[in-house]
Write a protein that binds this ligand. Structure first.
Ligand SMILES: Cc1cc2nc3c(=O)[nH]c(=O)nc-3n(C[C@H](O)[C@H](O)[C@H](O)COP(=O)(O)OP(=O)(O)OC[C@H]3O[C@@H](n4cnc5c(N)ncnc54)[C@H](O)[C@@H]3O)c2cc1C
Length: 456
């Protein structure tokens, strides 16, 4: 029996015939990402249902020395759930139980395959007074996949990146043991990660190479009774740093975006700024709105009334905001988030637009405040025709140049794919890089977790 047969047969024994495949037509789908990265080789896909099955697959991978790549929705756009060196994709979608919602301590414990859409509907039905920080990604994206990549949701501008909302994790280590991280290591309540050494950092931002998360507890937040949108415009993006700073001097904004595009023509040269305000009572709500209007009176142009369809689209959770460019035929797009210090916004904005225009790519350029105004994501969403390899290549070049700009400005690349990881590792403090490698080696001595991701 060849190794391939051994792996396939073992996977079939572990998860059952219907939940394993090495058929080319299945692997084709798993080897492609939605963004601009080229496809990669996948040898097997397996869909476990239980923690024990995940453990068995990990033991098998160690025995056969075959790589494993965990996958949630596979929707990062930077190919983070594609294997760099082939092997097994562990598709977590069958682990889809919402284990618990604690309404008093405001958290939800979910299995790794629970999607954004499933959690949102569950809360709407059973806990309408609560919400989670919902990214703009398609509803099939998983809650776990999102928090692991420091995802951003509609509550991120006010409350921090979604990874900060993790209370605890259950992890199958690359050596097969199951670990609990956070209060759930000591207590039946998954309510906090305070008071203990914070081991969550061993698994967040590593893109699945340090362990397989099987459960996570995430914080929930009060759902406001009132929400509305205030829309401003300006022709001077030089104001944006001050706008972010001033806005977050008070707790006014639930969400905040700025956006510009060259197409359609009416948007050219204008920056549109949307602020979502929310409140539990009419008084709270009106007070925030009055403060907001007086804060920017004379500095930004108020657009009032806002067209009803636009208001509706932005008030949706998640808002359907950033991707309204006159997108190219063929329907592909990609962005890395360039996370930059707030004071660098005007330079990032002007130089970033220059890059997008130079590469002649259809784009939408945006800014979202993060972590109560401590940083911003400032960068382009590039669109391309998926059927046109030259068009995709243009976007790859534009992405690389935008990423270099972020680093030159002292920023970082969010959800960096292989090219972005290489750029960051190139500039990384050598001892830090050595520490990352040491941590990885300790956790994964046989190097089975997507080797090549974050270097070797
Ligand atoms: C239209 C569109 C809009 C988007 N808007 C946003 C947005 O507003 N905010 C935002 O944050 N993102 C956004 N994204 C990016 C992306 O879709 C989300 O971040 C998404 O939540 C990622 O979740 P996923 O389940 O697809 O993760 P995946 O792509 O499946 O996985 C992400 C990473 O985590 C690893 N991983 C997944 N599951 C596990 C596990 N159980 N254990 C260990 N490692 C694991 C994978 O190997 C991979 O490295 C958008 C994407 C699209 C297409």
């Amino acid at each position: 029996m060849t190794t391939g047969d051994f792996v396939y047969d073992s996977l079939r024994r572990i998860v059952g015939q219907d939940f394993v495949s090495n058929a080319p037509e299945d692997l084709y789908i798993y080897s492609h990402d939605l963004g601009a990265q080229p496809p990669r080789k996948v040898d097997y896909v397996a869909m476990p249902r239980t923690v024990e099955q995940v453990q068995e697959i990990v033991r098998l991978a160690n025995e056969a020395r075959v790589p494993i790549t965990p996958m949630g929705g596979g929707l990062t756009l930077s190919a983070l759930a594609l294997p760099v060196k082939g092997g097994i994709i562990l598709d977590m979608k069958r682990m889809d139980r919402i284990i618990e919602v604690n309404g008093s301590s405001k958290y939800a414990v979910v299995e790794a395959g629970v999607t954004q859409g499933a959690l949102k509907s569950y809360l709407e039905k059973h806990h309408p007074e609560l919400q989670h920080s919902t990214p703009e990604s398609p509803p099939a994206a998983t809650v776990v996949g999102n928090v692991l990549i420091h995802g951003h949701g509609h509550l991120t501008p006010a409350h921090g990146t979604n990874s900060r909302m993790i209370n605890g994790l259950e992890v199958v280590l690359p050596t097969g043991e199951v670990c609990r991280i956070g209060s759930c290591a000591v207590s039946p309540y998954w309510f906090t990660r305070e008071c203990l050494p914070d081991l969550v950092g061993l698994f967040v931002g590593w893109y699945g190479i340090t362990g397989i998360i099987t459960k996570a507890s995430i914080q929930l937040f009060p759902k406001p009774k009132l929400r509305d949108l205030v829309l401003f415009s300006t022709d001077d993006p030089g104001l944006l740093s001050d706008v972010v700073f001033d806005l977050f001097q008070m707790e006014i904004a639930e969400n905040f975006f700025a956006i510009t595009q060259d197409k359609p023509a009416w948007m050219y040269g204008h920056t549109y700024i949307t602020v979502t305000i929310a409140g539990q009572s009419r008084d709270e709500f009106e007070c925030k709105k009055t403060q907001l209007l007086s804060m920017f009176n004379g500095r930004l142009d108020l657009i009032d009334p806002i067209p009803a369809s636009l208001r509706e689209r932005y008030l949706e959770v998640p808002p359907f905001a950033a991707t309204q460019a006159d997108f190219a035929k063929g329907g592909g797009f990609e962005y890395y988030g360039c996370i930059v210090p707030v004071e660098k916004v005007p330079e990032a904005w002007n130089r970033g637009l220059g890059i997008a225009r130079k590469h002649d790519v259809v784009f939408s350029y945006g800014l979202q405040a993060l972590d109560a105004g401590h940083s911003v994501m400032c960068g382009p969403v590039y669109s391309f025709n998926r059927a046109d390899e030259r068009d995709i290549e243009k976007v790859r070049h534009a992405l690389e140049e935008s990423s270099r700009l972020a680093l030159d400005l002292g920023g970082l690349i969010w959800k960096a794919g292989l090219p972005g990881q290489a750029l960051m590792m190139e500039r990384m403090d050598r001892n830090t890089l050595a520490l990352m490698r040491k941590v990885r080696k300790v956790l994964d001595p046989n190097g089975i977790m997507n080797p090549g991701n974050w270097g070797d």
